[in-house]
Write a protein that binds this ligand. Structure first.
Ligand code: CTP
Length: 416
């Protein structure tokens, strides 16, 4: 997992820990969030301290752990001598992970009998809750009702996972793993970002064009840049649809994934989803050619001779060209971004593509470089706009490149 996360830099997150066996997972979460650049102030309930000690959290966060409502001295770490007020002030997020049925009830009904519940009342930042308990408890109408109350007040709830509990029973109520928790924190923190209220469609991966039931033509695209764009769009507060031909990559938390296989499927899905979209980021490597006909059965080799079949190809539809026409009729999507992977004469081809494809921005990269383009985690791109201006970004992670692209998309959307 990527260590530094731009959205988390110096963000102050209050991490409430309550008494569930899943407390041990919260240690890893606190550690990873700290490594990613966040400032984590841990508040533990009394029951939580039965599972993990305050010192454990102190060690991984490098900051004090708070347990006592009557504590008046924060060691100078907080702006006031009253712990709950000082903790609540200026916090960017209160995340209660794991949240027991008891704490969920206390938060829903405004009880204020320990540091965590008092801080929750004093805080004005978004609230994120990750329920963790036995399946029967989680599905109980009392718990569901309390979650509904919190949801109706704008709290973010992380859906627990199904699986095996410490009790040996199986059901829904397990705390998700760290990457999912961090994803949920990113979505909650980013919700008021530059793309809040915007709908963004991202395409990713290389399409597969079947030759017969077992073979297909594809390309070297991994989908990493597209997935990074989807994550950056979630971080900026957008509602994201990720139309993906890639496999095996984790879908960013909060993004809606639509798996597709062929260029034709991607074409139909894109046209359907851009009908109401603010922006389309066309990062997928769409096949330009496909076999004219896919054989219904596996193509067999002959025992008698060395003949090999000749595969007749035909052109696929150009998705961006179709979007250009659609946009001319309907005005949607409001902004379109194309991507160009070139192995030679990058700028010449890219300049031609920006007008031909009818995009607002064209992100061009030189796939002949070892540290940019296919299947690596870094990219070196040039962003061209409709006025013909070209901006060269330095070599950076695909995450950072995506943030730069989305900043420009947000600018273009202002007033559109
Ligand atoms: N693209 C598309 N539909 C296709 C092929 C490509 O919408 N059938 C999109 C890609 O997703 C990308 C942009 O067009 O955003 C440029 O893709 P690229 O493969 O670089 O360009 P091509 O149009 O295929 O042109 P060429 O083969 O000449 O490089």
């Amino acid at each position: 997992m990527q260590n530094n996360i731009t959205l988390l830099q110096n963000r102050r997150i209050l991490l409430g820990i309550t008494g569930s066996i899943a407390c041990y997972k919260a240690v890893d979460l606190a550690s990873k969030l700290t490594q990613a650049g966040a400032l984590i102030d841990v508040i533990m309930t009394r029951a939580a301290q039965q599972f993990v000690t305050p010192l454990t959290f102190q060690a991984v966060t490098g900051r004090a752990t708070y347990t006592d409502m009557w504590q008046t001295d924060s060691g100078g770490a907080l702006p006031t001598h009253i712990a709950h007020v000082g903790l609540a002030e200026g916090a960017d997020l209160l995340a209660v992970i794991p949240a027991t049925a008891h704490t969920i009830a206390r938060l829903a009904h405004g009880f204020a009998n320990d540091l965590l519940s008092v801080t929750a009342l004093a805080a004005r930042c978004p609230l994120l809750i990750a329920p963790a308990m036995d399946g029967a408890m989680y599905s109980h109408p009392a718990v569901q009702g309390n979650l509904e109350i919190l949801r109706s007040r704008g709290a973010w709830i992380i859906e627990p996972e199904e699986g095996r509990f410490a009790s040996g029973l199986v059901g829904k109520g397990r705390l998700p793993e760290t990457p999912t928790l961090i994803g949920a924190i990113r979505r909650a923190l980013g919700a008021r970002g530059a793309l809040a209220g915007r709908r963004v469609v991202v395409t990713a991966g290389g399409t597969r064009e079947p030759l017969d039931p077992v073979r297909y033509l594809t390309n070297r695209s991994s989908g990493k840049q597209g997935y990074a764009l989807a994550q950056a769009a979630v971080d900026a507060g957008a509602a994201v649809t990720l139309i993906t031909a890639a496999r095996g990559l984790p879908v960013p938390y909060g993004a809606d994934a639509v798996p597709v296989e062929t260029a034709a499927e991607m074409h139909d899905s894109v046209l359907q989803h851009v009908a109401t979209a603010d922006a389309l980021l066309m990062a997928a490597a769409v096949a330009d050619f496909r076999p004219q006909a896919a054989a219904p059965n596996k193509i067999k080799k002959s025992e008698l001779d060395q003949d090999a079949p000749t595969i007749q190809l035909e052109r696929t539809a150009d998705i961006l060209a179709a979007v250009k026409d659609r946009r001319a009729q309907t005005g949607f999507p409001r902004v379109t971004v194309g991507f160009a992977a070139e192995s030679q004469e990058l700028l010449t081809y890219a300049r031609d593509k920006i007008t031909r494809k009818g995009v607002d921005l064209l992100v061009a990269n030189d796939i002949s470089a070892a540290d940019a383009g296919f299947d690596v985690d870094t990219n070196r791109v040039i962003i061209l706009n409709m006025d013909g201006e070209a901006e060269t970004l330095p070599l950076a992670s695909k995450a950072v490149v995506s943030e730069a692209i989305l900043e420009r998309v947000a600018k273009l959307l202002e007033g559109r």
